[in-house]
Design a protein around this ligand. Structure first.
Ligand SMILES: *Cc1c(COP(=O)(O)O)cnc(C)c1O
Length: 387
């Protein structure tokens, strides 16, 4: 099998093949262009880079370790290495992107961060960065999610953020994203829209991937050799994009794992959602469908356009796993390695458990797997106590 080796560099005009772009109302075009210019300028400025590196080190706890999963490796007949984003501050990879964008916002003279959140993890990370950098934070969250994720709402308000309930549509993440973009239109001078994954209009898919690239770059340095397979879970796709970016120019096979109920790549079709053209779960009339996953962080009907592109050119493979496999994977990893990972991250683990020793993942393979977050937030769900 021949792999098309890519480099995952800057997309031309925000396009990843036939995906990506900037499908926003007229009023948001200049705002997106300003973010693009601001990011390009910052990303090529050694001062900005060193300031971000410093925060990632002394505040967020980077570099995160690459931990050999010694017991599982023996059981499965592979060498499994875990990239430990669960050990980053606030408990997941989301802090990497949030610190980058918050620093950028401050550099651009913005005083407020606007963010959407579903499960609340991105909202908590945004509230955290706002507190650190002395910015205000307004977090849009669906009313249904507020009821389901009270603990994260309380964390956000404890950190000094304002949480705005969204009552439109299904009252979940896609509606919160719409509202957050609307709030940005109303205050483009004073605020920065801090998108949480690799979706949205150009430059967000590129910018967020660059802020998450630190995962893949570190893992590449920490790996004894180029691994055979690199695997990560895919919701919007930011932890996977950041991980893949460190290995895209190698012969490593890239595997993204979707929740069956949110499998935009495996079960979606081309469409425009939240300002970008990608693959999306939709009905025959083009109505965006509801995603359904036990992992709130993967409960999104779309996926970042670069993943749609990587799938279409065959550079990355995307697999799906079921909620039952995911729950089993959390337990298996916990008992064999002493690590309780997030339900989202367990999607990647579940695929490895299923595929190891089959032609999809032959015995003897070396695998780098990104554990995107820790599982504390999911204990009530696993205990059956979820609302
Ligand atoms: C939000 C989240 C995800 C999904 O987001 P991506 O953009 O696909 O990375 C995955 N894992 C954890 C722990 C999360 O909090």
């Amino acid at each position: 099998m021949s792999l098309s080796v890519t480099t995952m560099t800057e997309p031309v005009r925000g396009r990843f093949g036939e995906f990506g772009g900037r499908f926003v109302p007229e009023s948001l075009v200049p705002a997106c262009a300003e973010v693009e210019e601001g990011f390009r300028d910052a990303w090529s400025d050694p001062l900005f880079r060193s300031e971000l590196d410093e925060l990632l080190t002394v505040y967020a706890g980077r570099p995160t370790p690459l931990t050999p999963a010694r017991n599982l490796s023996v059981q499965l007949g592979i060498t499994l290495l875990l990239k430990r984003e669960d050990l980053a501050h606030t408990g997941s990879h989301k802090i990497n992107n949030v610190l980058g964008q918050a620093l950028l916002a401050r550099r651009m003279g913005r005083t407020r961060l606007i963010a959407e959140t579903g499960a609340g993890q991105h909202g908590v990370a945004t509230a955290t960065a706002a507190a650190l950098l002395g910015l205000r934070a307004t977090i849009y969250m669906g009313e249904r999610d507020i009821e389901r994720q009270r603990l994260n709402v309380f964390r956000m308000t404890t950190l000094g953020a304002e949480v705005v309930p969204v009552t439109s549509g299904s009252r979940t993440l896609k509606d919160a994203t719409n509202e957050a973009m609307r709030a940005w239109v109303a205050d483009v001078e004073g605020s920065h829209f801090l998108l949480g994954s690799v979706g949205g209009p150009h430059p967000y898919p590129w910018m967020v991937r660059e802020f998450q690239r630190v995962i893949g770059d570190e893992a590449r340095r920490q790996s004894p050799a180029v691994p055979d397979v690199v695997v990560a879970c895919v919701g919007g796709g930011s932890n996977a994009a950041g991980t893949f970016a460190g290995f895209a120019d190698t012969g490593a096979r890239l595997v993204g794992v979707e929740a069956y109920g949110g499998a935009a790549i495996n079960r979606g079709s081309p469409g425009v959602v939240h300002g970008t053209r990608s693959l999306v779960l939709q009905d025959d009339d083009g109505q965006i469908a509801e995603a359904e996953s036990i992992a709130a962080g993967l409960d999104y009907p779309g996926v970042g356009p670069e993943h749609a592109h990587l799938a279409s050119i065959g550079r990355a493979d995307y697999r799906t796993v079921t909620d039952d496999e995911v729950v089993a994977a959390v337990g298996r990893l916990a008992r064999s390695e002493g690590i309780i990972c997030a339900l989202e991250s367990a999607h990647a683990v579940a695929w490895v458990l299923r595929a190891a020793g089959t032609p999809d993942l032959p015995s003897g393979s070396t695998v780098v797997l990104t554990l995107s977050g820790r599982g504390d937030k999911d204990m009530a769900t696993l205990a059956g106590g979820a609302a």
